[in-house]
Design a protein around this ligand. Sequence first.
Ligand code: HEM
Length: 411
Amino acid sequence: MLVSSFEYKYSSINWKRYLCRLRSRYGSVFKTHVLGYKSVMISNPDAVKLVLVSSAHLFKPTFPSSKMRMLGKQALFFHQGDYHTKLRKLVLRAFRPDSIKNIVPDIESLAISSLESWEGKSINTFQEMKTYAFNVVLLSILGKDEVLYREDLKRCYNNLEKGYNSMAINLPGTLFYKAMTARKELAKILAKILSLRREMKQNHDDLLGSFMGESKGLTDEQIADNIIGVIFAARDTTASILTWILKYLAEDPTVLKTVTEEQEAIVKCKEECGEEKDLNWADTRKMPNTKRVIQETLRVASILSFTFREAVEDVEFNGYLIPKGWKVLPIFRHLHHSPDNYTEPEKFDPSRFEVAPKPNTFLPFGKGVHACPGNELAKMEILMVYDRPTRRGSICSISSSQKWFPHQPLS
Ligand code: HEM
């Protein structure tokens, strides 16, 4: 089936509904044009598995060149093969549960200081969550050194972000030019941190330490591209899910009560055992109801609605031909909203996760060689920020005048 992006561009409906309409009209695998590229959209669980896992080597990641220039061409998510494998190992080392365990108290401190700074104020939740998510990812990259560089890095990163979706015209005064300038400044700050660490000759178990410890050596440029890439992958995705969770908790008193009781029970149990009140890693493993709220929010909100790949050769799947050079878009949102995979898919119902979803129908963090290495960190920062407000009863129903402007980070 051929569907033009013209219909999307000039349609008054929003693009998520547009995608759903295409799926109901043409099924779970169909061809179309996206931004002028010949593309195949897939939302059949087996086809998604083929693209992301079993034949992942036949589908390379693909991004517009302007985005690659801005984030840094050597960021791992632009690559496949040996370079990607090497980088991914280093990133996973910094974000595996063992490494995150060590920074749980620091994440909690960041959560507490964010919560305290919001007290008595009217806030833009998404913007505040962005700040919190930025501070947490910086902590995982630079360890406790992050406070020294936080404000400068934040200023540069915000300027970079403003130009991310601008026209790629690199002339003084344009948003793109300002973003590229901010990117250079970010690289300079990171180069300074690298040289200080080399002088001090200390080992660090944060992401920068993992990159610097690579025996075959990464260039400073490769390190900078990957640090900027990780910030990009981590900040708005996590801030988005944090914002959606607040909306769902505030709208559903029954779910809120379940989460509150679970959090209170953990603290009570710690008190009775004479343990400190602060949450530790082991506590976060005892929160099945809270975990299901996170899962259901990830499903309903589908933060990354889809991802992009490109076929490196002709590929056949169940009688369909995906020609070489065509873009392939696994649509996570369709997997998550299909009545074939979830009963009443539009309903927010965390209890559905009491039973494990069917294989390849729940992929909020992707799957396969490019699956999200930061998923444990993201879940940890969510738990840390919602633990106290639920216990204190400071999440209450939202008035009907409250407006939600759902944010969708772009792939
Ligand atoms: C709720 C928050 C998050 C969501 C929903 C999310 C989702 C995803 C998804 C779907 C992918 C796979 C994209 C693809 O296959 O093309 C991905 C990749 C990635 N994510 Fe996340 N992510 C989140 C948070 C984070 C955090 C906190 C970090 C880092 C600390 C992170 C770092 C990355 C990186 C580096 C990749 C690229 C991996 C690779 O190409 O090998 N993400 N993420």
